[in-house]
Design a protein around this ligand. Structure first.
Ligand SMILES: [Zn+2]
Ligand SMILES: [Zn+2]
Length: 333
């Protein structure tokens, strides 16, 4: 029996839950959870905001723990290995996306806590290829948030070849944004934080921002024409996307990690005259996660976390829902 905390109905507190899992599939591993971060996606699943939740289920997809059992065909992991598991716990391994190293884009991808039970538990089961070995230097309590939020911001930085001399802007200084600022800074970029509130300035600078823009001031972006190689949007609120596109340098990219509810409206003319792009990005492949973990270990990138015992999961979820956590909540077994 695997014990954990499950949502039984939308918008209700989690309650104790256990499920049977006896036979691992050949490529599966069983992970003893030491830590599991709380991501806003967990709240959306608990509340059935995406109309895809099936109850009861155990949420949680920012796992760190130890491999305690392996399936008969698992070659890349051994019992005792310390691993992280993020949003994705499986893929088909045979489609075009999987075969080109884009497993995160697989149409048959399995999400760790959608239609299966996740990490607010003693154990979690995963396809071994999505359980990624943690570098020695990286403490388990920091690994969970990196596995989901971390790779989500790292991937567009890597794919846009952010290095010294590049200029990166990050919209939103929260759970994702505070890691994006650190990664961009450690990659050598000039980093600008964009926030609705001046009160975030000192903290943004502590994470590596060199510049700060208050997005709500009038004509906030007027003096930033042709400035950024990459703008990463981590928020859901609508913004003046047209003005933001004009802050992109030639070949620059405005990349959405958060999805505003309304369609994004920009002038095609301002795109084509500077070969600018508007794009999206979602989590990262296992290879990208490995790259991100190595980078985090080497450059000392760590999420800022608040740790609470797993038994206090409902109190922890409430703090996340009320946006009281700076910046990422982690449950500890
Ligand atoms: Zn997440
Ligand atoms: Zn696939």
């Amino acid at each position: 029996m695997i014990k954990g905390y499950a949502a039984y109905n939308a918008k209700e507190e989690l309650k104790s839950f256990s499920y049977e899992y006896t036979n691992l599939k050949p490529k599966e591993v069983k992970i003893k959870v030491s830590h599991c971060g709380i991501c806003h996606s967990d709240l959306h699943l608990i509340n059935n905001d995406w109309m895809m939740s099936r109850y009861p289920f155990i949420p949680g997809h920012e796992v760190a723990g130890e491999v305690v059992e392996i399936g008969s065909d698992v070659t890349e992991l051994r019992k005792g290995d310390r691993v992280g598991l993020g949003w994705q716990a499986g893929s088909c391994h045979s489609c075009e996306d999987c075969n080109s190293g884009n497993e995160n884009l697989c149409s048959s991808a399995a999400a760790t806590c959608v239609g299966r039970n996740g990490g607010y538990a003693e154990y979690v089961i995963s396809d071994s290829r999505f359980a990624i070995t943690l570098p020695y230097e990286l403490e388990s309590k920091y690994a969970g948030p990196l596995m989901c939020g971390g790779v989500t911001v790292f991937s567009p930085l890597r794919r846009n070849n952010i290095t010294e001399g590049k200029r990166v802007a990050v919209i939103g200084i929260g759970g994702l944004g505070h890691m994006a600022l650190q990664f961009a800074n450690k990659m050598g970029a000039e980093v600008t934080a964009i926030s609705t509130s001046l009160s975030k300035k000192a903290e943004a600078e502590s994470f590596g921002a060199h510049n700060f823009i208050v997005s709500t001031t009038e004509n906030a972006f007027d003096s930033y024409a042709n400035k950024f190689d990459l703008i990463i949007n981590t928020i859901f609120a609508p913004m003046d996307w047209g003005s933001l596109v004009n802050t992109l340098r030639s070949n620059g990219n405005l990349c959405f990690l958060g999805a505003p509810p309304e369609p994004v409206s920009v002038s095609a003319f301002s795109l084509l005259m500077k070969q600018r792009q508007v794009s999206g990005s979602v989590i990262g492949s296992p290879e990208m996660i490995k790259d991100m973990l190595r980078f985090s270990a080497k450059h000392n990138v760590r999420p800022v976390i608040e740790v609470m015992p797993m038994a206090n999961v409902n109190e922890a979820l409430k703090r996340v829902a009320e946006n009281k956590v700076r910046y990422r909540m982690v449950l500890e077994n």
